[in-house]
Design a binder for this molecule. Structure first.
Ligand code: GLU
Length: 431
């Protein structure tokens, strides 16, 4: 994971030549850039839980708070063996840009625990979630830092976490804030928002639809391959198919399947829930598809749009040249390394960046936080009627910046917009 932070920093560097001339005071600009290339705060330590067998086990826990010039830190928590300080730092930097692009009044944060949650029982997982909140309670809160789900975390984990936070605040005799708003991505019966579950995938599809329109692509002639079938990948594939796009390939962590005539994504989603794996659906002939020899083969299929929707560093200098899709649509955070992007650019592959494409999740988190703070809840129609124009206008802003400048990538266009918003606020605040 050492290079992922470097990736985030390189991406900042790539926007500087276009931003710098806009700031006549070089000293202030340089000072702010230096600040943006470090995180404000890294909270790291070990948390300990008692396992079901009575033994104690320690886990490394982290929260990175990158920048809060535009508002409280915001970003997910992941439970994954790869979680480390460099990873959360990079991911928190990306959150700052994501919130700025979509105009959410937040800065960027990200955290997690180095753990494979599949090795824990539900009780152990609950103890771990609660221990994490005890470890972090001084540093989070509705106006301070608002975590949410990320890789391998979900509404249940947010429930335990928010419950623990409220318990801690009760112990401190300090319930003068609605601490429900400390976490987003909660279940509906505990202050969650309608639509949050599917929001990252659906938000991505709103961007996809606007992009297809701008490029004059016909959805029913646009073949899409989606890598990853977790919360993000599965909802993205389902909504893309609903919007008329031809989803031809999907994969989970073990199996990649394809059918160039188009896959019945609803059937795949329902089947995966019932049988647990994509392979079983093909073997039992529940869906009409072929299995690829390896999951990575999905990346090299001759499709129109490749959608990495799992983890970072999937498209690298080693495999970028083999990619046949002319468009990469990043639903994962950080799936393409800068070295890979250079190769893709040479090969005229267009990359729609993560900070735009997957911002629907945090946008709906913002709606959840607003609902918590005002104690007034919206219908799903209301939530989606706010998400749709937000994602569309975020796309339009980035696309206009991209088309108005020669020789920049869509990522650079997104970074110019995001970084400018953050820099301007920092200057306004007297940085
Ligand atoms: N984990 C999601 C992301 O990377 C959502 C973050 C949030 O809702 O705060 O964007």
């Amino acid at each position: 994971m050492a290079d992922i932070l470097q990736n985030a920093l390189t991406q900042i560097d790539q926007a500087i030549p276009i931003l710098e001339p806009q700031y006549p005071n070089r000293e202030i600009f340089q000072r702010i850039i230096k600040k943006l290339k470090t995180v404000n705060n890294l909270i790291e330590g070990e948390i300990e839980i008692t396992l079901d067998n009575g033994k104690k086990q320690k886990f490394a826990a982290y929260r990175s708070q990158h920048n809060d010039a535009r508002g409280p830190y915001k970003g997910g928590l992941r439970f994954h063996p790869q979680v480390c300080a460099t990873e959360v730092k990079a991911l928190s930097i990306w959150m700052t840009w994501k919130c700025a692009i979509t105009n959410l009044p937040y800065g960027g944060g990200k955290g997690g625990i180095a753990v494979d949650p599949k090795t824990l029982s539900q009780e152990e997982l609950q103890r771990l979630a609660r221990a994490y909140v005890r470890f972090l309670s001084k540093n989070i809160g509705p106006w301070q830092d608002v975590p949410a789900p990320d890789v391998n975390t979900n509404a249940q984990i947010m429930s335990w976490m928010v419950d623990e936070m409220i318990k801690i605040k009760k112990e401190e005799g300090n319930l003068n804030q609605n601490y429900l708003a400390t976490f987003t991505g909660k279940p509906l019966n505990l202050g969650g928002s309608q639509g949050r579950d599917e929001a990252t995938g659906l938000g991505g599809c709103y961007v996809l639809r606007s992009f297809a329109k701008a490029k004059q692509m016909q959805p029913n002639e646009t073949k899409i391959a989606v890598q990853g079938f977790g919360n993000v990948g599965s909802w993205f594939a389902r909504h893309a198919a609903k919007m008329g796009f031809k989803v031809v390939a999907l994969c989970d962590s073990k199996t990649a399947i394809y059918n160039f005539e188009g896959l019945d994504v609803e059937k795949v989603a329902a089947g995966k829930k019932e049988y647990g794996s994509l392979a079983a659906l093909v073997e039992k002939k529940i869906i009409n598809a072929q299995i690829l020899p390896a999951t990575t083969d999905l990346l090299y299929l001759p499709v129109d749009i490749l959608v990495p929707a799992a983890l970072e560093n999937v498209i690298t200098a080693e495999n970028a040249a083999q990619i046949k899709a002319p468009i990469i649509f990043e639903m994962a955070n950080g799936p393409t390394t800068p070295e890979a992007e250079e190769i893709l650019q040479k090969n005229k592959v267009l990359v729609i960046p993560d900070v735009l494409a997957n911002a629907g999740g945090v946008s709906t988190s913002y709606f959840e936080w607003v609902q918590n703070l005002q104690g007034y809840y919206w219908s799903k129609t209301e939530v989606l009627s706010k998400l749709e124009p937000l994602m569309e206008s975020s796309f339009t802003d980035v696309w206009q910046m991209y088309t108005a400048n020669k020789n920049i990538s869509v990522r650079q266009a997104a970074y110019i917009i995001a970084m400018k918003k953050v820099i301007d606020v920092m200057i306004a605040r007297g940085e």
